[in-house]
Design a protein around this ligand. Structure first.
Ligand code: PEP
Ligand code: MN
Length: 341
């Protein structure tokens, strides 16, 4: 249920409604716009209706929410959320470019990549320390040592970084090192993990599951917001279809659809979305045109010898070319690739 307060409702009126809801055992989540405050209510429906909230001072309308999510919806918050990650902003006028290796392999590799992507104008660094690999025999990542190397490289070049938290037991450790925590596609419906991340005060990058519907992604994001963490960015990273030429099918219609349904920023990952470096640049342009708030791109100093996802990784030169290519496109969309939002 959403309670829409009248324009410029007083804080006494708002507090009164919130107090009534809490007394009745419900959670009240506030969205304070410039003129309107909307209260998202989570609680027993029957009890809520028996409160007859519509008649209370300052209340304009009580809306029944039939969707399985509400805090992430534009009904709850019409204005775009801008998620700040250190010096970077994702959403609003800022178009974020997150770049770095699939996985951290060595100090030299992550440092060289960090320097290259920073020089080319990336707004954030990425890299995997804990890797979700389909085969248990594939390289699983450097773990905590990888987190340390990422922190070192990120600080040296002055970029915030995002890295995946693969297991809920590592959430606090990853949060100690990273500026933003990624929930990988395979964990999108790990509800215990989403609950835990809701309690953290770190921004979350939530990747769409391999066969998750738009409603399921939004419901996953809802878990994190319900826990109290509103800094969530959704990432379209390609879904499973019958097509095998590309590694996944990058669903840019989902980006456009998500932008209408949620106030949260939405980015695209054309590296995992296509699995092919030659398709990364056109898909970045397409993502921008579809309304994405950023892209995440894999970059490796020596893709041929990468321990993970070499075929989809750009060289630093290719990445610099991509950045030059994207700037005028971003300007056309009224976006700026940069930190200050
Ligand atoms: C990644 O971004 O490194 C990754 C493993 O992505 P996904 O979870 O989308 O497969
Ligand atoms: Mn990868």
């Amino acid at each position: 249920m959403l309670i829409v307060m009248r324009d410029h409702a007083t804080s006494e009126e708002i507090d009164h409604v919130v107090a009534l809801l809490k007394e009745a055992g419900a959670e009240a989540h506030l969205s304070r716009g410039e003129v309107k405050t909307i209260i998202g209510v989570i609680g027993d429906r029957e009890v809520m209706y028996s409160l007859e909230l519509e008649g209370l001072p300052g209340v304009e309308q009580v809306i029944r929410v039939l969707k399985p999510y509400k805090l992430v919806s534009r009904d709850f918050q019409p204005e775009d959320t801008v998620v700040r990650v250190g010096s970077a902003a994702i959403g609003g006028p800022s178009f974020a470019v997150i770049a770095g290796p699939c996985s951290v392999e060595s100090e030299e590799q992550v440092l060289a990549t960090a320097r290259a992507v920073k020089a080319a104008g990336a707004t954030m660094l990425r890299g995997g320390a804990f890797k979700p690999r389909t085969s248990p025999y594939a390289f699983q990542g450097l773990g905590v040592e990888g987190l340390r190397l990422l922190r070192e490289a990120a600080d040296e070049v002055g970029l915030p970084f995002v890295t995946e938290v693969l297991d809920v037991r590592d959430a606090e450790t990853v949060a100690e090192y990273a500026d933003m925590l990624q929930v990988g596609a395979r964990n999108m419906q790990n509800f215990m993990m989403l609950d835990e991340l809701g309690k953290l005060r770190k921004p979350i990058l939530l990747k769409r599951g391999l066969s998750a519907t738009i409603e399921e992604v939004l419901s996953a994001a809802e878990y994190v917001l319900k826990g109290g963490n509103r800094d969530v960015v959704i990432c379209e990273r390609g879904i499973r279809t019958f097509e095998t030429y590309t590694r996944n099918t990058l669903d840019l219609a989902a980006v456009a659809a998500l932008k209408t349904l949620t106030h949260l920023p939405v980015i695209a990952d054309p590296s995992h979305g296509t699995g092919r470096r030659d398709l990364v640049r056109p898909m970045c342009r397409a993502a921008l045109a579809a309304g994405a708030d950023g892209v995440m791109v894999e970059v490796h100093v020596d893709p041929e010898h990468a321990r993970c996802d070499g075929p989809q990784s750009l060289t630093p030169e290719m990445f610099a070319g991509l950045m030059n290519d994207l700037r005028p496109f971003a300007a056309l969309e009224g976006r700026r690739i940069g930190s200050e939002g």
